[in-house]
Ligand binder design. Structure first.
Ligand code: ATP
Length: 328
């Protein structure tokens, strides 16, 4: 496995698209001070996933994007692609040629690609882990790095040997697995808590379900009783209605009879009134006659009184005559 090609666009001093082709064996980059040799080295670290801005000799990640010169305007993004010859499958991917690409926009958005397929940074790091090529690996030795390795603590030096021995990948996987295991244990604890809570809820729900069943039974019983009561009441109402209907028809018959009686009485009243009127007429005529007779009687009485006196006088003369005759 070896680098085949490095393509840069907008990375640090490489404003124009630049491609560097490498052959198997040693490649030396030479040039005057400040021409960009270290930038080539930085671009390789960067495309392999370097996250340390300090290692890239900047103050912020945006510093890797070409920031313009007097004649050339600044660019909006930086892109670096590094192509590996992978015929021996040193990289665990089923391609003879592998190209990794990193893109960074001024907005802060970044993209990683393996053979033009978008991937995560993690995928890039895993691809190179244990190969000695990663951004942090011993393959990339910048100025002063040898001194740093020699003077560093044994634990830090151990990292270099782990990577060289190819076990850093497994250590990383172990760290990842341990982290996942811890996460899983935490999840298990949470699940146990949830199970306890759910059990409590189940007990409460079972009580509620029992109450609901009891309520349903009582409700069904109540419904049945209410239906029976309603049926009974309905029967009673129907009987009452029949009775009232009979009473009504009797009353209607009675009313009709009464109306006939009233009519008859009215007729009789009217006849009696006629009769009364006739009687009153007769009474008044009789009264008139009585008055007339009384007048007549009064006159006759006067006449009679006069006659009575004459009669009495005659009787007295008769008696006198009789006494005279008797005396004779
Ligand atoms: P030396 O031999 O002294 O180490 P060098 O060849 O390694 O130098 P670099 O350090 O690679 O040079 O390049 C430095 C140059 O890159 C400087 O001219 C600097 O202005 C330019 N440079 C760095 N970052 C950017 C950027 N974001 N935009 C434009 N130019 C940049």
């Amino acid at each position: 496995m070896y680098f085949k090609k490095l393509e840069l666009f907008g990375f640090k001093s490489f404003a124009e698209k630049t491609a560097l082709h490498f052959e198997p064996g040693i490649t030396a980059v030479v040039g005057p001070n400040g021409c960009g040799k270290s930038n080539v080295f930085d671009s390789i670290r960067w495309v392999l996933g370097e996250q340390s801005v300090k290692s890239l000799r900047g103050s912020k990640m945006e510093d890797v994007i070409f920031n313009g010169t007097e004649n050339i305007p600044a660019l909006g993004y930086a892109e670096v692609s590094l192509t590996f010859a992978n015929e021996n499958k040193a990289l665990p991917i089923d391609y003879d040629e592998v190209t990794v690409t990193r893109r960074l926009f001024r907005s802060g958005e970044s993209e990683y690609l393996i053979n033009k397929t978008q991937v995560r940074l993690k995928d890039i790091l895993e691809l190179f882990m244990g190969t000695g090529i990663g951004a942090e690996s011993y393959s990339l030795i910048e100025q002063g790095k040898i001194d740093l390795i020699l003077s560093s603590r044994p634990e830090d030096r151990r990292l270099v040997f782990d990577e060289a021995a190819g076990i850093s990948k497994y250590k990383s996987q172990k760290r990842e697995t341990t982290r996942k295991l811890e996460d899983t244990e935490q999840n298990l604890l949470r699940i146990n808590d949830i199970i306890l809570e759910v059990k409590r809820q189940i007990n409460s729900l079972e009580r509620q379900a029992a109450k609901a069943r009891r309520y349903k039974e009582v409700f069904e019983r109540l419904k049945s009783l209410e239906t029976q009561v309603s049926a009974l009441a309905l029967k009673q109402y129907q009987e009452k209605q029949d009775e009232l209907n009979q009473q009504l028809s009797r009353s209607i018959g009675l009313e009709s009879q009464t109306a006939q009686g009233i009519e008859q009485l009215c007729n009789e009243e009217s006849a009696q009134k006629d009769e009364l009127r006739q009687l009153e007429e007769k009474v008044s005529s009789v009264r008139a006659k009585i008055a007339e007779l009384e007048n007549t009687i009064s006159y006759d009485s006067q006449q009679l009184g006069f006659n009575h006196e004459r009669v009495e006088e005659a009787k007295k003369r008769i008696l006198a005559i009789d006494e005279q005759r008797k005396a004779l």
